[in-house]
Write a protein that binds this ligand. Structure first.
Ligand code: CMC
Length: 392
C-alpha cells in the first residue's frame, strides 16, 4: 500500500502507446491514423477503413482490390458452426450467441493459437473481419427461426450483410444502395475508439498471450454492457418508453433526480466534453435513411431531436458537459434499416472487431509488451490466525 496510485476507472492512467486512433475530447475531434472521421465517412468505405486501421495507411486501388478479395474469401463459417448454434435457445440474446460463437472460432483455426507468427496473426484478423457479419446474421436468423443465408461474395461487405440478414432464400433480394451506404457509415463510425472499456479488455486478455478469437470474445462480452455498446439498444428503448414529445420534461426531471437511477442514454462520454463528432454524422445519416424510406416524419427521430435540444439547453447537462454520443442516433438508423433493437450491439461488435484486432496486433508487435497486471490498494483485514470452528 502507498506505492501505487489509486485511479478507479482509469481516469488518468495511460496503459499503452498507440498510433491508431486519436481523440481530442474538448474539441470533439476523432482521427483514425491522422484522418478526420468526417472525411473518412464521406470518402471511404468500411473495408478501406479496416485497411487503414490495420496497416496505418489508406490502400491504393490495387491494395484495396487485393484486401477486399482476401476478406471475401473468408466470409463463410465452418459448417460445424451450424450445430454449435443449435445448442442455443432460440430466444437467447444475440450478444450471448455472438460472444459464444466468436470464442468458438479458435476451436476451428488452430494456427490462431500461434500468436508469435505475424502471418498467422494476419490471417486471424482477416478471418474475424470476414466472419463477424456471417455470425451476426446467423444469430438473427436463428432467433427468428429462419434458415441461415450463406454469404455472397460478389456483393460489398455491407450489402452482403444486409442480404444475409434480410433475404428470404426463396426470393431474390434487392439491395438498396442508400441503406447499404448508411450501414457502411455506421461501421466506419464505430470501427475504433482508442482505449475504451472493450478495447482495453481485448488488450488485457491478449497480454497473457491468449489467442485473438478468445480476446475478441472477451471484448464482445465487455461491449454488451449498457454503459458501453449496449447504450444504443438502451437509447432506443428509452425513446420508445418516453413515447411523445410532451413527456420529455417529465423524463428530464427524472434524469436530474440522482435517486431515480435514470440516465439519458446516448448522452455523456468519458473523453468527449463536446459534441461527439460521430453523433453529428449519425444524425445526418438519420435524415438520409428516413428520407429514402419516406419516413421524414418518423416520430422517434423527432422525439430524439427535441430531447437533444432540451437537454443541450438544460443547466444539468451544460454544466456537466454532457452531449449526445454516437449511440444517441445510431439506434434510429438501425431501426429504419430493419435491424431489431436486440441486434444493435451486435452491429457495434461487427464494426469494432477491426479496431480490437488492430489494437491487439499493435500490442503483440510491441517488443516491450508485458502482461497487464494492475495493482491494488489493499483495504482488508490485517494478518490474523484462523480460529477453530467453535470459536468463530
Ligand atoms: N445522464 C445523466 N447524467 C449523466 C449522464 C447521462 N447519460 N452521463 C453522465 N452523467 C452525470 C453523472 O451522473 C455525473 O454527475 P455528478 O457529477 O453529479 O455525479 C456526471 O455527469 C459525470 O459523469 P460520470 O458518470 O462521472 O462520467 P463517466 O466518464 O464515468 O461516464 C458514461 C461516462 C458514458 C458511462 C456516462 O456518461 C453514461 O453512463 N452515459 C449513458 C450511457 C451511454 O450513452 N454510453 C455510451 C457511451 S459512447 C459509446 C461507447 O463507448 O460505447
Amino acid at each position: 500500500t502507498g506505492k501505487f496510485t489509486y485511479d478507479p476507472g482509469f481516469m488518468s492512467t495511460a496503459a499503452c502507446n498507440s498510433s491508431i486512433t486519436y481523440i481530442d475530447g474538448d474539441k470533439g475531434e476523432l482521427l483514425y491514423r491522422g484522418y478526420p472521421i468526417e472525411q473518412l465517412a464521406v470518402n471511404c468505405d468500411f473495408l478501406e477503413t479496416c485497411y487503414l486501421l490495420l496497416h496505418g495507411e489508406l490502400p491504393t486501388a490495387a491494395q484495396k482490390e487485393e484486401f477486399v478479395g482476401t476478406v471475401t474469401q473468408h466470409t463463410m463459417v465452418h459448417e460445424q458452426m451450424n450445430f454449435f448454434f443449435r445448442g442455443f435457445r432460440r430466444d437467447a440474446h444475440p450478444m450471448a450467441v455472438l460472444t459464444g460463437s466468436v470464442g468458438a472460432l479458435s476451436a476451428f483455426y488452430h494456427d490462431s493459437l500461434d500468436i508469435s507468427n505475424p502471418v498467422h496473426r494476419d490471417v486471424s484478423a482477416i478471418r474475424m473481419i470476414a466472419k463477424l457479419p456471417t455470425l451476426v446474421a446467423m444469430a438473427y436468423k436463428y432467433n427468428i427461426g429462419q434458415p441461415f443465408v450463406y454469404p455472397r461474395n460478389d456483393l460489398s461487405y455491407s450489402a452482403n450483410f444486409m442480404r444475409m440478414m434480410f433475404a428470404n432464400p426463396c426470393e431474390e433480394y434487392k439491395v438498396n444502395e442508400v441503406l447499404v451506404r448508411a450501414l457502411d457509415r455506421i461501421l466506419i463510425l464505430h470501427a475504433d475508439h482508442e482505449q475504451n472499456a472493450s478495447t482495453s479488455t481485448v488488450r488485457l486478455a491478449g497480454s497473457s498471450g491468449a489467442n485473438p478469437f478468445a480476446c475478441i470474445a472477451a471484448g464482445i462480452a465487455c461491449l454488451w454492457g449498457p454503459a458501453h455498446g449496449g447504450a444504443n439498444e438502451a437509447a432506443l428503448t428509452m425513446l420508445e418508453s418516453i413515447g411523445s414529445v410532451e413527456k420529455i420534461p417529465e423524463f428530464i426531471k427524472q434524469v436530474k433526480d440522482k435517486n431515480s437511477g435514470v440516465k439519458l442514454m446516448g448522452f455523456g462520454h468519458r473523453v468527449y466534453k463536446n459534441y461527439d463528432p460521430r453523433a453529428k454524422l449519425m444524425r445526418e445519416t438519420c435524415y438520409e435513411v428516413l428520407n429514402e424510406l419516406g419516413l421524414h416524419d418518423d416520430p422517434l427521430f423527432k422525439l430524439a431531436m427535441e430531447l437533444e435540444k432540451i437537454a443541450l439547453e438544460d443547466d444539468y447537462f451544460v454544466s456537466r458537459k454532457l452531449y449526445p454520443n454516437v449511440d444517441f442516433y445510431s439506434g434510429i438508423v438501425q431501426r429504419a434499416l430493419g435491424i431489431p433493437t436486440s441486434m444493435f450491439t451486435c452491429i457495434f461488435a461487427m464494426a469494432r472487431t477491426v479496431g480490437w484486432i488492430a489494437q491487439w496486433n499493435e500490442m503483440i508487435s510491441d517488443p516491450e509488451q508485458k502482461i497487464g497486471r494492475p495493482r491494488q490498494l489493499f483495504v482488508g483485514s490485517e494478518k490474523r490466525d484462523v480460529p477453530a470452528i467453535d470459536k468463530r
